[in-house]
Design a protein around this ligand. Structure first.
Ligand code: ATP
Length: 198
């Protein structure tokens, strides 16, 4: 089954556009939601996290001590890399399990903010990058979340640039209010259906 990765930087519209593909009948795996789930469900990850960051990484009831982990990785690239090296493989495992359970879909999608940064794009047959100017993305996210402009800019700075991702991606969707989204999605859907039938 064809696996299609879909990504975009903060506020680009990844989730919104993935929902349109879902309406067309394409199953979508949301990697960022899955990451939250595996943190408390994947026994390999839980063991590794306790070994790396201490048993206080979890409360007695099994829930994640986010404050403890955040305190270690905040502004510390090396510790953040260690955390990612534990979490990303667990999300890959969850994706593989999820794909194994999908029947009768021409292709499936993986929506992930860090598709390219985490190398998970290498496990996809095709990739889609969603673009929008930073100013517009900031406006969208400030309306959606309780984040400041600087916090959004900092998050954006930790992601690869749009230019780099457009180069790495097979397809691009412009979500910048100059082009309609639905026709772009329908055209891409047509191409992906054709690819999946080969
Ligand atoms: P993040 O990386 O922060 O999770 P995202 O890339 O998944 O964001 P969305 O959550 O889909 O982006 O979109 C960000 C916000 O912008 C949402 O509130 C969404 O409703 C809005 N939005 C996205 N695309 C459009 C659009 N074309 N027109 C109007 N609003 C939009």
């Amino acid at each position: 089954m064809l696996k299609v990765g879909i990504t975009g930087n903060i506020g680009s519209g990844k989730t919104t556009i993935s929902k349109v593909f879902e309406i067309l009948g394409v199953p979508v795996f949301y990697a960022d939601d899955a990451a939250k789930k595996v943190m408390v469900e994947d026994p390999i990850l839980i063991d590794a996290l306790k070994k790396e960051f201490g048993s206080e990484s979890y409360f007695d009831d099994g829930s994640l001590n986010r404050k403890h982990i955040a305190g270690i990785v905040f502004n510390n690239e090396a510790e953040l890399a260690k955390l990612n090296a534990i979490v990303h493989p667990a999300v890959f495992r969850a994706f593989d399990n999820w794909v194994a359970g999908i029947k009768n879909a021409p292709y499936v999608m993986k929506e992930a903010a860090l598709l390219f940064e985490s190398s998970s794009y290498k496990m996809c047959d095709k990739t889609i990058m969603i673009t929008a100017p930073l100013k517009l993305r900031i406006n969208r996210v400030t309306q959606r979340d309780n984040l400041t402009r600087v916090e959004i800019e900092n998050r954006n700075a930790r992601q690869f640039s749009e230019e780099k991702k457009v180069q790495l991606a097979d397809f691009t969707i412009r979500n910048d209010d100059t082009e309609l989204i639905i026709p772009q999605v329908l055209e891409l859907h047509k191409q992906l259906l054709a690819l999946s039938s080969h």
